[in-house]
Design a protein around this ligand. Structure first.
Ligand code: TPP
Length: 570
C-alpha cells in the first residue's frame, strides 16, 4: 500500500515490477500515457523497475521480448496499441505461442468513447478502435489466455494474474485488454506483493522409475529432441544418452540446437530409418517429432517428455505415446538420468550390448564427420560461394561462442549440419513465419550483450523484417548484430515447392516460376544510414576479409550486414 496517488498506469508498472519483469517493450499508442507517467515517476525517484524500450514496429516489440525470454527464461511485458497493434504483432505472438514462451501482452481500448465525466480518450478511440466483442476477440487463438479487465479495483491483481498464467505450464503468452478509463482512474491496491516464480512441476518418482525400467530393458532405444532451450535439460540429456549409448536425433522441426552436434551420440536429423527399427523412442520436447507421419515408430514404446505434450493450440499431433513424463522437461530428464544412473550402479555396467551400440554409433558419427569434411573441401574448390563454404568460413572467422539466429529457408538444413555452433542456446531458428529473425536476434543480444549474435537470413526473409525499426533499435539500444544474408536472388523455396508439387509441370518445362522473383537491391546499403557497416561479397576469396571487417564494426558497436551472393544448393 502506498501513499502516492496510484492510477492504472502505476498499477500496470507495479504489476510488472512485482512479476520480476526486466523490460517493458512497446510499440506505442495513445493507450499508454499513464504508464509513461508512471515510468517518469520511477525515473524521477530513482526507483528500481523495468526498463522501457520503444520500438518502431509491433513485430519487433514482440520478437525482441521473445528472443530475450528464449535466452533467459524470464517473462517480459509487451505494450501494443489497441487492436491494430495486436494485429500487427500477431505473427510474433503466434510464434511465442508455438515456442511456448511466457509473455505478458497488453493493449488498450476505450469504453466511454469520450462521454465519460472525467476522461477524454480522443476521437480515434471512437472512430478506429471501436471493436465489437472486445480486442481480445480479435486475437484469442494466439494467446493461452486473453481477457478484458472490467474494473479498476482489480487491475493490479489482474496484471499479476495474467503474468502468472503466462509463466505457468503450459507456458504461453497471455493478454490483457485494459480500458483507458481504468488506466486513468485511481486504484490503490489493497496489497502490493511480489509474484512467486512459476512452479517447476515434475513427474512422480513412480512414473520416472517405470520409464527408466523401460529404457533399461530396450534393445534398440533412441531419442528425438526438438526444443531443449534450458542448459540444465541440455546437460541432463547428454548424461542420459551417455549412460545408455542412446543415439539422439534432432527432429527436423527443432527450433534450437538441442544436443551437441559434435557429440558421437548425435545421430543427425533424419530419424526415419532408425524409427522403423527402434523398440524404444524417447521424445524430448518435440511437438512434431517425425515427418512424414507415415514414418513414425511402429513397434517401439514411445515415451514423451514435455511440459505439456498435447498442445491445445495445434490442430493435430502424432505422438503415439505409451507413457508421458509431464512437467519441466529439464527436471524430468535430470530425474530420469539419475534413476538410470542409480540402476546402472546397482546392477553393474550396462553390458556388452550397450558397449557395442556405443562403438557402432561412434563409428557412424565419425563417418558422418568425414563426409562433412569432404563436403567442405569440395565446396571450397570453386571460386563462387557455395553455402557450405559460407558456413565453414563463418566457423573459421567468428568467435567460438557466437550465437546464431537462423532465418534461412532452403539453407536451414545445411546450416544445422555445417555451422560451428557449440553448446546450449547457441543456435535458434524460432519463427512462425518470415520477418522475425532480426527482432529475435536483437532480443538475444539484449540478453547476451557479451557475445556475438549472428543473424543468418535469406534475401527474401530479410525483406520481410521490419528492418528500419530493427536497425534503429540496434543502433539506439546499442545492440549491434552481425547479419549475414544468404543471397540466392529470389524465393528459392517457392520454386522448389512448385517443382515438388508439379515435377513435370509447365514451370519445370519452361522455367516459369511466378512465385520466385524478388524485388532485389543492394541490401548492404540499407544499414549505412544507421551508421552500420555494409558489404557485398561475390567471390569466396573476398568472404573472410569481409567478415573480418564486419566483426570490427560490430566490436565498435555498429551493426554489420554482409550480403553474400551464394550459388544454388543441389
Ligand atoms: C510471413 C510469411 N509469408 C510468406 C511465407 C512463405 N515463404 C516461405 S519461404 C519463402 C521465401 C523466402 O525467401 P528467402 O528468404 O530468400 O529464402 P529461400 O527461399 O531463397 O531459401 C516464402 C515467401 C512465410 N513463410 N512467412
Amino acid at each position: 500500500m502506498t501513499n502516492e496517488p496510484f492510477d492504472g498506469g502505476e498499477a500496470i508498472l507495479q504489476g510488472c515490477r512485482d512479476l520480476g519483469i526486466d523490460y517493458v517493450v512497446s510499440s506505442p499508442g495513445s493507450d499508454w500515457g499513464s504508464v509513461w507517467e508512471a515510468l517518469g515517476r520511477q525515473a524521477e525517484k530513482g526507483l528500481a523497475g523495468p526498463t522501457y524500450l520503444n520500438c518502431g514496429h509491433e513485430l519487433l516489440a514482440v520478437d525482441l521480448a521473445a528472443g530475450y525470454t528464449a535466452m533467459t527464461g524470464r517473462m517480459q511485458a509487451v505494450l501494443l496499441h489497441a487492436g491494430v497493434g495486436l494485429l500487427q504483432g500477431a505473427m510474433g505472438l503466434y510464434g511465442a505461442r508455438l515456442a511456448e514462451l511466457p509473455m505478458l501482452v497488453m493493449s488498450g481500448e476505450s469504453t466511454s468513447f469520450g462521454l465519460g465525466q472525467s476522461f477524454e480518450p480522443g476521437a480515434q478511440w471512437y472512430n478506429n478502435h471501436n471493436v465489437a466483442g472486445g480486442l481480445h476477440a480479435l486475437v484469442h487463438p494466439l494467446f493461452k489466455w486473453a481477457h478484458r479487465v472490467g474494473s479498476v479495483s482489480i487491475l493490479y491483481e489482474s496484471v499479476l494474474r495474467a503474468g502468472q498464467i503466462a509463466a505457468s505450464i503450459p507456458v504461453g503468452p497471455a493478454y490483457l485488454d485494459i480500458p483507458l478509463e481504468l488506466m486513468a482512474a485511481m486504484c490503490p491496491p489493497t496489497r502490493i506483493r511480489e509474484a512467486p516464480p512459476a512452479p517447476r512441476l515434475q513427474p512422480s518418482i513412480a512414473d520416472i522409475e517405470r520409464v527408466a525400467d523401460m529404457l533399461l530393458a530396450a534393445k534398440r532405444p533412441m531419442a528425438i529432441t526438438g526444443s531443449m532451450r534450458s542448459p540444465d535439460g541440455y546437460d541432463a540429456l547428454i548424461e542420459l544418452a551417455e549412460l545408455l549409448a542412446l543415439p539422439v536425433f534432432e527432429s527436423g522441426s527443432s527450433d534450437v540446437g538441442s544436443f551437441p552436434r559434435e557429440h558421437p551420440l548425435h545421430a543427425g536429423f533424419d530419424s526415419a530409418a532408425s524409427l522403423k527399427d527402434a523398440d524404444f523412442v524417447l521424445v524430448v520436447r518435440s511437438r512434431t517429432p517425425w515427418y512424414p507421419l507415415a514414418n513414425g515408430p511402429v513397434e517401439a514404446n514411445v515415451v514423451v517428455i514435455d511440459e505439456m505434450p498435447f498442445k491445445p493450440h495445434m490442430a493435430y499431433q502424432d505422438l503415439r505415446a505409451d507413457a508421458l513424463l509431464c512437467g519441466d522437461a529439464g527436471a524430468s530428464l535430470r530425474m530420469l538420468a539419475d534413476a538410470v544412473h542409480a540402476a546402472v550402479q546397482r546392477e553393474g555396467p550396462a553390458g556388452r550390448a550397450v558397449d557395442e551400440r556405443r562403438a557402432h554409433l561412434h563409428r557412424v558419427h565419425g563417418q558422418a564427420c568425414d563426409r562433412q569434411v569432404a563436403a567442405i573441401a569440395a565446396a571450397r574448390e570453386t571460386p563462387q560461394l557455395h553455402p557450405v563454404a559460407l558456413c565453414a568460413a563463418l566457423g573459421d572467422t567468428l568467435p567460438a561462442d557466437t550465437i546464431y539466429v537462423d532465418e534461412t529457408t532452403v539453407h536451414l538444413g545445411l546450416n544445422r549440419r555445417y555451422l560451428a555452433y557449440r553448446g546450449a542456446q547457441s543456435y535458434l531458428a524460432m519463427r512462425a513465419g518470415l520477418g522475425q529473425g532480426i527482432g529475435i536476434a536483437l532480443g538475444v543480444k539484449l540478453a547476451r550483450r557479451e557475445r556475438l549474435v549472428a543473424c543468418l537470413i535469406g534475401d527474401g526473409a530479410f525483406l520481410y523484417n521490419p528492418m528500419i525499426a530493427c536497425f534503429g533499435m540496434a543502433r539506439d539500444a546499442k545492440l549491434p548484430l552481425l547479419i549475414v544474408i544468404y543471397n540466392n536472388h529470389g524465393y528459392r523455396a517457392m520454386r522448389d515447392s512448385q517443382l515438388a508439387y508439379y515435377p513435370d509441370g509447365i514451370g519445370a518445362r519452361r522455367g516459369l516460376f511466378y512465385g520466385e522473383p524478388i524485388h532485389a537491391i543492394d541490401y548492404e546499403a540499407l544499414i549505412r544510414p544507421f551508421g552500420g557497416f555494409g558489404i557485398g561479397v561475390h567471390e569466396r576469396a573476398a568472404l573472410a576479409p569481409a567478415l573480418e571487417q564486419a566483426l570490427h564494426a560490430v566490436a565498435d558497436g555498429r551493426t554489420a550486414v554482409v550480403n553474400v551472393h551464394v550459388t544454388d544448393v543441389d
